[in-house]
Design a protein around this ligand. Structure first.
Ligand SMILES: Nc1ncnc2c1ncn2[C@@H]1O[C@H](COP(=O)(O)OP(=O)(O)O)[C@@H](O)[C@H]1O
Ligand SMILES: CC(C)(COP(=O)(O)O)[C@@H](O)C(=O)NCCC(=O)O
Length: 311
């Protein structure tokens, strides 16, 4: 039987050693900015894992621009530079938004791509009114809860170099799309597209049957972790929200703000098992092996193994 794997596998120390070839350190300002993302972040981890990743992605962006100019030369034309798009997939609560924000901070330091935007796929959830009408309010995050056609249209606009591309915005406070808000992406150098569904293949009606969200990606990352750790992080985040955002009267979950610790833990575990864990098994985990890079986290959010697709 062949032992061929499409991935190079790295233990953490091997990956960190690769970094030794190119001295890289975080500047004091970067440390400050990264700390602002999440006070629990381990700065050594950012240096050892995410700085080398930013170098790898910088090399990929340059290779992609070179490839574009080769095609231009062949066609005898000069096209404009379009954004390099990175997809970040993985379970709810695995840390996709935290990693995306770290990568935005690190990637924007490079002269070649100072402007980096994050696009989150929750903005493409159907509004609650539509989900209610379809009877799928308890299916948020499942493929049918997203307007994938709209996401594909936005990605197509970005990849065709259009200025001022507008994307809808989701609020975790109101648990709904904000009807009067849009995010404007004005020809950024890099876009990080982050969400549970970004490596999924089209099942949704309305989407061009031949087009996948990932067709627009130049590089993709799947963030992986053990299920008991995911439940722990989901519950911890829920408890934190109970003490902060849920206290706000505008919060969809305001009536959870008075829950006792035991009640809140039971509630978080119930939502996790009924919705997010099911979605992980049915729709998210099966996309893991479509990613170019698989980062696996241990219980302390530290990356313990890295798999990079062979070119
Ligand atoms: N590297 C990290 N170090 C410490 N805590 C983290 C790290 N990444 C994520 N977390 C915590 O784990 C929880 C889930 O992270 P988040 O980025 O919101 O996940 P996602 O976007 O995948 O739902 C949050 O409470 C966040 O503070
Ligand atoms: C909004 C989400 C589906 C995540 O979506 P994403 O940002 O990955 O597109 C998720 O955070 C969520 O709300 N899940 C529904 C169950 C819950 O309240 O956790």
């Amino acid at each position: 039987m062949s032992s061929y794997s499409p991935y190079w596998m790295f233990q953490k120390n091997e990956w960190a050693k690769l970094r030794a070839n190119v001295p890289m350190t975080l500047s004091p300002i970067q440390i400050e900015n990264v700390k602002g993302i999440n006070e629990k972040l381990d700065i050594e981890e950012v240096s050892n894992v995410y700085l080398p990743l930013s170098r790898l992605l910088n090399l990929y962006t340059k290779a992609s621009h070179e490839l574009h100019s080769v095609t231009d030369r062949f066609m005898g034309q000069k096209t404009k530079q379009v954004p390099f798009i990175i997809g970040v997939a993985g379970s709810v609560a695995v840390g996709k938004s935290t990693i995306s924000r770290i990568m935005r901070e690190l990637l924007s330091e490079w002269d070649e791509h100072p402007s980096v935007d994050i696009l989150t796929t929750d903005g493409f959830l159907f509004p609650n009114e539509v989900l209610e009408e379809k009877g799928i309010m308890n299916r948020k995050g499942f493929p049918e809860s997203y307007d994938i056609k709209k996401l594909i249209d936005v990605l197509a606009d970005l990849k065709s170099g259009r200025p001022d591309v507008e994307a809808p915005v989701y609020s975790h406070l109101t648990y709904n799309i904000l009807p009067d808000e849009v995010q404007v992406l004005d020809q950024p150098d890099i876009v990080i597209v982050e969400g549970v569904n970004v490596l999924q293949t089209p099942k949704t009606r309305g989407a061009d049957p031949g087009t996948y969200v990932s067709d627009f990606f130049d590089f993709s990352i799947y963030v992986d972790a053990n299920e008991d750790d995911l439940l722990k992080w989901y519950t911890e985040r829920f408890m934190k929200l109970r003490d902060t955002a849920f206290q706000d009267e505008r919060s969809y979950f305001h009536n959870y703000s008075g829950l006792s610790n035991d009640e809140a833990i039971a509630m978080a575990e119930d939502i996790w098992r009924r919705i997010n864990l099911r979605n992980l098994h049915e729709n998210i985990q099966p996309t893991r092996n479509r990613a170019d890079l698989i980062l696996h986290k241990d219980r302390d959010h530290l990356i313990d193994s890295i798999m990079l697709r062979k070119a």
